[in-house]
Design a protein around this ligand. Sequence first.
Ligand code: MCN
Length: 793
Amino acid sequence: MGASDFAKLPHIGEPVRRKEDYRFLTGAGQYTDDIVPEGTTHAVFVRSPHAHARINSVDKSAALAAPGVIGVFDGQDVAADKIGGLPCGWLITSTDGTPMKEPAHPILAQGKARYVGDHVAMVVAETLEQARNAAELVNVDYEPLPAVVDVRDARQAGASAVHDEAPDNHCYKWAIGDKAQVDAAFAGAAHVTRLDLTNNRLVPNAMEPRAVIGQYNRATDEYTLTVANQNPHVERLLLTAFVMGLPEHKVRVIAPDVGGGFGSKIYLYAEDVCLTWASKKLNRPIKWTCERAEAFLSDAHGRDHVSHAELALDKDGKFLALKVHTDANLGAYLSTFSTAVPTILYATLLAGQYSTPQVYVEVDAWFTNTTPVDAYRGAGRPEATYLLERIVSRAAWELGLPQDELRRRNFITSFPYQTPVALQYDTGDYHACLDQANQLADVAGFEARKAASKTKGLLRGIGYSSYIEACGLAPSNIAGALGARAGLFECGEVRVHPTGSVTVFTGSHSHGQGHETTFAQVVAARLGLTPDQVDIVHGDTGRVPFGMGTYGSRSISVGGAAIMRALDKIEAKAKKIAAHLMEASDADVDFANGEFTVRGTDKKVTFGQVALTAYVPHNYPLDKLEPGLNETAFYDPTNFTYPAGTYICEVEVDPETGVVRVDRFTAVDDFGTIINPMIVEGQVHGGLVQGIGQALLENCVYDRETGQLVTGSFMDYTMPRADDFPSFQLGHVCTPCTTNPLGTKGCGEAGAIGSPPAVINAVLDALAPLGVKDLDMPASPHRVWQAIQSAKA
Ligand code: MCN
């Protein structure tokens, strides 16, 4: 079935209420911490209080003698059992052909601790309190060493080395684009706009903290790892093949209800391995649930780029070339996907929505004594969009053009479009998004609102951002060529029951995105059922055949497409059964609205009759047909999907206090065919809140001297709240994706990608009369006030 026929099916585009919300809203969800296997013990981690320190010794004796303690483990125990380090899933090759530096990432520190929060020991006790008390008795002899936390320090000659394997802290130098062509274009430019910027480090804060239960069954020699995770099969593969050396079939990974992830639950973490490993040593189930302050130290952080960009334009404001250099902070160790974020997921997006003929991007990635950095909602694409959309607005101001006008002059208008940085966009209508955004945002009324703000002593500004992202990760052949150490297909199994209801097993994982509803809509639409007749199962390697999980807004476009493939097989087999029932050739059978008909006759049978016949095969052509109606498909996409849109933000700034208030925010997105507009709207709202949060409030700060995490709790790290936002104005344009059978483009990250530059551009527009030309995120009152004072000075 083609994407255009699919879009016309019943339930597609319907705002079906989320099936999963009944259990969530009535307290019937089953999160990892709700699960208490018989005999559960509790783990507490002893974490380094130093950003960098030699570990001279770990004295476990007092902890081992404490009440209730049944085990204390440190790096030496890990080494003795030959448990490997945590692997990195993406190999980046430097421009000189050498592989990235890949120092070992032990699950419990060996010899050195490399960031505040690094795991040094694990205490297991009968109760959580006993484990906590005993953890205080583990006596670690640390010898503090100098620490580097900022890339600007890490890259200095003579900086303290985080790893012996990378004495200059350099992990890799990577580049994309044609430097010579870019230099030539700059030589002939009428105007060059330059910009230095920092993309601030963020701490992901899912509502449910990470949680793990490790269990071992002596009778079967099998492990069960229950973990708040976004991709249980990937977790199992990494754990078994790369770290513990176990056969995959002896480990079952269950990710039950998961309360948000935003990327931070993609990875194989040290805690997951420690609990699995120790559950066999102690022959007891072990549970660990992260504390909120502990999560600030131990969950992979996001962003943290320092960049310089230059945009060359001709006399008419047409972009000639873009040149970017980025220093990316990877933290102390390479987290699972960390190395792909500032390269593949970032630099390849720097063409944006524009027909810039030449783009050259160079990335240096550095180790620092900080928590590892990895993908966080958007992963690389927010960093690309922030840089590009900031420099485009700056260029517009320098040329005296309206922000939207310069964008219009440079939009790509013909598809497919091959960018100079590897990606090929299949569809889009960037003018339509911008036009609709201008209309919804009532840009025509901006000057009047600005005058009204002025009467209150406030400065009003307007900011644009026209983002594009690549999601639906990923064509395995492209990902493999770019260094991925895994395939990125998805798997779906459709099991039709004898009574015609359906259970679907998907390798995608829902942790807030509503898959139980939208995937059911897709299956119901295809089979002529209601969404209530379809159940979606995910998050269990023991039930789902295989899966690559959820991140990169891939689930509907890749996971949904795998289900569509399985449905194609179901339909083909069901037609054969229907043909047998109606004594016709299956080539003459059509299927629509849950009914099989024979072309040119009035014969018909229902999907329910066919399902029953599949399992009650009396009088069945067994030589031609197997009983049963159960099909599995794997789908590997041929391209990414390219959601795009224009966001417009309007702010009021109080020049006396530096306080910024977002007064209006308009987001017009193109997600191709939309399955459930209500869920999509919720996804956009969530993304916007995270993006605007980064622009105005959230900031992860390390002390540059001591390496201590200064923003280690919600007292210092400002999470956005509902009253920080206006009611969002949303609009949609639809150019269906041409490379998947649903026509969908991912929507889960768009808001977080498109919004930060819109906000900062709006603040800069408001402050322009005061001479403020630059501002880094977050535009906190203090920072805005300082910028105003410096401009005055
Ligand atoms: N959808 C739709 N029509 C479209 C596109 C999507 O109806 N054209 C629906 C999908 O069927 C799905 C939801 O919207 O129910 C999101 O789909 P998709 O864009 O495919 O994204 P994923 O399901 O793969 O979710 C991942 C994405 C990412 S990468 C992050 S990070 C993120 C996000 O989703 N983390 C989230 N949204 C989140 N929402 C919640 N509540 N919690 C998180 O951790």
